[in-house]
Design a binder for this molecule. Structure first.
Ligand code: SF4
Ligand code: SF4
Length: 227
């Protein structure tokens, strides 16, 4: 894939508030997903967002859709990333496609990130305010630049405030208490988590300028908690 084509993909994604998030070639002995030709894909590019730049584009599109459209953000993401995939002859795979693909492991390989204590990947610039929304699969191997070793801010974080901010202590060495979290978000005392996002995620000081606005966080919380 030429640099020119990469620039074209990046520019197409930017028109939807999305970004290319790196990629990698699968190892020769890796069992690959089917690429656009039907043969195992040989490389993958991740697509996502840093900050909530996608929100304006998504919101404009949503105004044209039925109010009760299920999974609107996934639907929009599939639509716009799929258009980009079609333009460059790539296959498309989405995080919620079955069987689930290891998007977080792919992201670690593509960008060299490491998980935060909350489980979300920590980015040294964007903090916890980024996401992976899809991936483009290609039939050929590509030469990706080797990754620089990134600083992992969690290693240097004094006091780890994210771990002390959850009112139901959903994060523990035993793992994430999904049921306890959802029950709180849906419940009488969960207004703060419902209306402005996860208190633990918001307690992290890294990448504050990329933080999603409260309305965006409320949208994601409603989807997460099935509200
Ligand atoms: S508060 Fe500290 S430990 Fe927690 S996610 Fe942010 S940088 Fe990492
Ligand atoms: S959404 Fe609220 S209850 Fe759930 S983990 Fe975050 S702070 Fe805890």
């Amino acid at each position: 894939m030429s640099g020119e084509l990469l620039n074209q993909i990046a520019s197409d994604l930017a028109s939807h508030g999305l970004i290319l998030r790196g990629g990698f070639s699968f190892a020769a002995d890796e069992e690959g997903l089917a690429g656009p030709s039907g043969a195992p894909a040989r490389s993958v590019f991740l697509v996502g967002n840093a900050g909530a730049g996608y929100w304006r584009h998504f919101s404009l599109w949503r105004e044209t859709q039925p109010v009760n459209l299920p999974n609107p953000l996934d639907t929009w993401s599939r639509l716009v990333i799929g258009e980009v995939a079609d333009r460059v002859g790539a296959g498309l795979i989405m995080p919620n496609d079955r069987p689930f693909q290891p998007f977080q492991q792919w992201a670690i390989r593509a960008e060299g990130l490491a998980p935060s204590p909350l489980g979300l990947l920590m980015h040294p610039v964007y903090g916890l305010w980024h996401a992976y929304r899809g991936a483009l699969l290609l039939d050929r191997e590509l030469a990706f630049p080797s990754l620089e070793k990134l600083i992992h801010p969690c290693d240097l974080c004094d006091g780890k405030p994210c771990l002390n901010a959850c009112p139901v202590e959903a994060f523990s060495p035993g793992g994430f208490d999904y049921a306890g979290c959802v029950s709180h978000v849906r419940g009488r005392t969960g207004y703060a988590c419902r209306s402005a996002g996860c208190l633990a995620r918001n307690a992290c000081p890294i990448g504050a300028e990329w933080r999603y606005p409260a309305a965006v966080q409320a949208f994601h919380q409603a989807a997460f908690a099935g509200l």
